[in-house]
Design a protein around this ligand. Structure first.
Ligand SMILES: Cc1cc2nc3c(=O)[nH]c(=O)nc-3n(C[C@H](O)[C@H](O)[C@H](O)COP(=O)(O)O)c2cc1C
Length: 158
């Protein structure tokens, strides 16, 4: 759903875009001007498929090109939550949300600082009411950085 919203927005703004599922890919794509990679967060981590995908990325092919990362996850604990819950969210869930970005950076890839975190309403979904709109807006903001690279120094040839 989030991937579809991203691709829909990319197409609406004039980009060619394709969706792949990790399970259908023999190896990560090596062609494109930028790549969005996303995963659900489970037990404080992105999925194994997502981690394997990153390990197999063709670094030469993607060097300098923007890698944009996104996750679906539970929302942050509300004001009624105790300090321990809030700490745990920061320590595990936010860290997990940055895991694909960090894996990309560790490989020398140009991962965008900003991670799209689309929230779900419960452990079994569905996406929060603002999830699709948030995904489209995030994608729109990313496209704007392509058009004026100086706005976001994280995007550009390194
Ligand atoms: C077994 C299990 C563990 C989960 N663990 C976490 C978690 O640690 N942190 C979190 O934010 N969400 C967690 N979730 C919520 C998932 O992130 C959410 O269900 C998922 O993003 C929905 O995407 P999907 O339909 O593609 O699985 C968990 C969900 C399940 C079923």
């Amino acid at each position: 759903m989030v991937a579809e919203a991203i691709v829909g927005q990319l197409r609406a703004e004039g980009h060619d875009a394709e969706i792949f599922s990790f399970r259908d890919l023999e190896s990560p794509p090596s062609q494109g001007d930028f790549l969005f990679v996303g995963s659900p967060i489970r037990m404080g981590k992105v999925t194994k498929k997502a981690r394997k995908f990153m390990e197999r990325m063709d670094v030469e092919a993607w060097k300098g090109k923007p890698i944009v990362t996104f996750v679906t996850m539970l929302p942050p604990p509300g004001p009624e939550a105790d300090a321990k819950k809030r700490e745990s969210y920061e320590k595990w869930d936010i860290k997990a949300a940055q895991q694909i970005r960090e894996a990309a950076r560790a490989m020398g890839l140009n991962a965008l600082e900003s991670v799209l975190m689309a929230h779900v309403k419960g452990l079994k979904g569905p996406l929060a009411d603002d999830g699709l709109e948030k995904s489209r807006q995030f994608t729109h903001d990313f496209i704007a950085t392509l058009n004026s690279p100086s706005v976001n120094p994280g995007v550009g040839v390194v």
